[in-house]
Design a protein around this ligand. Structure first.
Ligand SMILES: NC(=O)C1=CN([C@@H]2O[C@H](COP(=O)(O)OP(=O)(O)OC[C@H]3O[C@@H](n4cnc5c(N)ncnc54)[C@H](O)[C@@H]3O)[C@@H](O)[C@H]2O)C=CC1
Ligand SMILES: CC(=O)C(=O)O
Ligand SMILES: [Mg+2]
Length: 372
């Protein structure tokens, strides 16, 4: 198969879909790989690093999209990339379609086979291609939140861990999955007072086993959520209903009642965000203020640490890229129900139930769509 790796064009996005070591593996499997000029330069990989393992370089994204049978990316294709996606082409990347109507329409119109990293599942019940980036974003969320609490960012001017004789900041983490547990780890490490809310008791049990008394676990009723959000200096949003738009758990009124200079980091912004006041921001301008509350809502947080993130992501995606390339999409999807769960759009049809429901579109069972 001919596989194409374009350079990412989202604001301050320096990750790349495949590192040279992965390209080498695909070439060892008998495939061809074309890489856009300087696609890996943000993490120090030159064109020579790619050609030395057997890839060919193309100067423009147009050439990559025109030639490749499968496109391997990191972020969802932006409007100018979507113009190039072709009928029958495989697109393997994060998509986050539920809150993104224009992207969904363009992908439906393209006729492409669009497999979203974030809805691929695993036998263990997790989301193996989302997890590595959620680990990164969860850990970063506390770093970002700590900066938002600084006075220069319009924060309350509080140190997360306090100092002897002065209380630490209170951090509420909504959602105890991969983002939430990684955020808790860093917040505890920095000495904050940490409360974690989830609606799944098994998740709260796991957090309790992991952190003991260092993290207070709370069942996320409306009442408890409101109380802890209003009491906190920093609130992290890390909820997910796979494939669906994030539930708006923190209302405008709650934000209005938060302490002046408190901060929120809405990691779930890539699925639309779980604060009513959230709107996606970029690394160039990561924060804005609503009702004296600092909001950090960057939709590609791991892009800020592309070295760590690219390797973490590529370690997880490589086996699936190899399966798609070796078997072709039909057999790869037929053989692996977990990869099939990643199929969001198939040649003009929405094949993920939550995406379809989020946008009132007709859902077609992926097995029916593929004729399996
Ligand atoms: N902004 C960024 O750069 C990044 C964003 N993300 C996003 O972060 C979000 C969380 O991802 P993961 O931690 O991997 O998901 P996960 O599935 O591991 O955890 C989500 C948790 O949310 C909980 N939850 C769902 N509905 C809830 C509710 N109403 N109240 C309280 N808890 C609720 C679930 O029980 C689960 O424990 C996703 O939207 C993901 O796409 C992930 C990586 C990077
Ligand atoms: C998951 C995601 O949105 C990211 O890694 O950018
Ligand atoms: Mg206020």
């Amino acid at each position: 198969m001919l596989i194409g790796v374009p350079k990412e064009i989202k604001n301050h996005e320096y990750r790349v879909g495949m590192v040279p070591a992965s390209v080498r593996e695909l070439i060892a499997h008998g495939h061809q790989v074309i890489v856009e000029h300087n696609a890996g330069i943000g993490i120090g990989f030159t064109d020579d690093d790619y050609t030395s393992v057997g890839a060919s370089i193309r100067q423009t994204p147009e050439e990559i999209f025109a030639e490749a049978e499968m496109i391997v990316k990191v972020k969802e294709p932006l409007a100018e990339e979507r113009k190039h996606i072709r009928d029958g082409q495989i697109l393997f990347t994060y998509l986050h379609l539920a809150p993104d109507v224009p992207q969904t329409q363009d992908l439906l119109n393209s006729g492409a086979v669009c497999i979203a990293y974030e809805t691929v599942t695993s036998a263990a019940g997790g989301l193996p291609l989302l997890a590595p980036m959620s680990e990164v974003a969860g850990r970063m969320s506390i770093q970002a939140g700590a900066q938002c609490l600084e006075k220069s960012r319009a924060g309350r001017g509080m140190l997360l861990g306090g100092v002897p004789g002065v209380s630490p900041a209170k951090v509420a983490i909504i959602g105890g999955g991969v983002v939430g547990s990684n955020a808790a780890q860093i917040a505890v490490g920095m000495g904050a007072q940490v409360v974690l809310l989830d609606r799944n008791i098994d998740v709260l049990r796991r957090i309790n086993v992991q952190f003991g008394a260092a993290v207070e676990t709370v069942f996320s009723s409306k009442d408890a959520l409101e109380r802890h959000v209003l009491e906190s200096d920093l609130v992290i949003g890390g909820v997910l209903i796979p494939g669906a738009a994030a539930p708006k758990l923190v209302t405008k009124e709650m934000v209005h009642q938060m302490k002046p200079g408190a901060a929120v980091v809405d990691v779930a912004i890539d699925q639309g965000g779980c604060f009513e006041t959230s709107k996606a921001t970029t690394h160039a301008e990561p924060t804005y203020i609503v009702d004296d509350v600092v909001h950090y809502c960057v939709a590609n947080m791991p892009g800020a640490v592309p070295h760590t993130s690219t390797f973490a992501l590529n370690n997880a995606t490589l086996p699936y890229i190899i399966a798609l390339a070796n078997k072709g999409y039909k057999k790869a999807l037929a053989d692996d129900v977990h990869l099939l769960n990643g199929l969001n759009v198939y040649r003009g049809q929405v094949t993920h139930r939550s995406v379809a429901e989020s946008q009132n579109l007709t859902y077609v069972d992926p097995k029916v769509a593929l004729g399996l």
